[in-house]
Write a protein that binds this ligand. Structure first.
Ligand code: SF4
Ligand code: SF4
Length: 283
């Protein structure tokens, strides 16, 4: 089963939920930090790192000795990532989506693959938890290919928890697509509600069952709960606004380790998710 943990905006406590949920479940769990532009789950998990890989994506390299300037590569590229100018062919690796179209259509076999660095992926363990974290290279504009690489570490024999990037655009869709359940983390404020509605819209398009965690649940107003009620979205957990919890977070510690009573609450959250997934027949 794959549980993707998302939020319409940053700072709602998405990583808090992902890390504590993962650490509550003793074995056969992997946590994939797909928030590749700003990965921070490792600060709380503090894994023993075992491997670091540099990740690249294929982009075209043109051999001008073979090129006849026919222009077919430029015609097929939907992203203007390769163009014929005068007597030369110019690839723009930063714009390339690695579709391979230009290599396929080149009649002279003049285009070969070279690599553009996307970033690094680190993997390790903490107790029975397998942890994988991707970090996008500074200056790299496209995070979905990197997120896909992190997700390629998914082990179908284990429960996979994904810490998705915030927002509702391509990166978060890449981190949610194919999941069995989406856990949306929000806060009960007008801003939280606005972004939650956008996130629910994206989840509905994907047709994946979802539930809510309301963080800092005793601030703000009741509008998030009213919205969840109207939309039929179950509220699976509430985390109160508590100075002790904020201090634990600021020290980079985990709730389930510092306040063990929370382990039972996160286990309960997991079992409620399993019930919903089984009822909806998603697995
Ligand atoms: S691989 Fe695809 S996106 Fe990249 S330059 Fe070639 S056609 Fe364009
Ligand atoms: S398709 Fe091949 S031969 Fe034609 S312009 Fe592009 S690189 Fe040159």
């Amino acid at each position: 089963m794959i549980i993707s943990i998302a939020s319409g905006k940053g700072g709602t406590g998405k990583t808090t939920v992902a890390t504590n949920l993962a650490l509550s479940l003793d074995t056969h769990v992997q946590l994939l930090d797909c928030d590749v532009e700003e990965p921070n789950a490792h600060l709380f998990i503090r894994p023993t790192w075992e491997e670091t890989k540099t990740i690249t994506t294929p982009v075209p390299d043109v051999d001008m000795n073979k090129c006849t300037l026919c222009g077919k590569c430029g015609e097929i590229c939907q992203f203007k990532a390769i163009i014929v100018i005068g007597e030369t062919v110019l690839p723009f690796p930063e714009l390339c989506h690695s579709c391979g179209g230009c290599m396929e259509v080149c009649p002279e076999g003049a285009i070969t693959e070279t690599g553009r660095e996307l970033g690094i992926i680190k993997s390790g363990h903490k107790n029975g938890l397998e942890f994988v974290s991707g970090r996008l290279r500074v200056g790299e504009a496209m995070s979905p290919p990197m997120i896909k690489k992190v997700r390629s570490f998914t082990n179908p024999d284990q429960l996979t928890i994904i810490d998705a990037p915030p927002g509702t655009s391509c990166p978060v869709i890449t981190a949610m697509k194919g999941a069995d359940f989406i856990l949306l983390v929000t806060e009960p404020t007008p801003f939280g509600l606005y972004d939650l509605k956008l996130a629910v819209g994206a989840v509905n398009i994907l047709g994946i069952p979802c539930g809510l965690v309301i963080n800092r649940s005793d601030i703000g107003d009741e509008q998030v709960k009213a919205y969840a009620d109207v939309e039929g979205i179950p509220i699976l957990m509430e985390i109160p606004f508590d100075r002790k919890i904020a201090e634990i977070y600021s020290r980079g510690e985990l709730l389930v380790e510092t306040m063990p009573e929370w382990k039972g609450k996160f286990l309960n959250l997991y079992h409620r998710i399993v019930d919903i997934v089984e009822q909806t027949g998603a697995i």
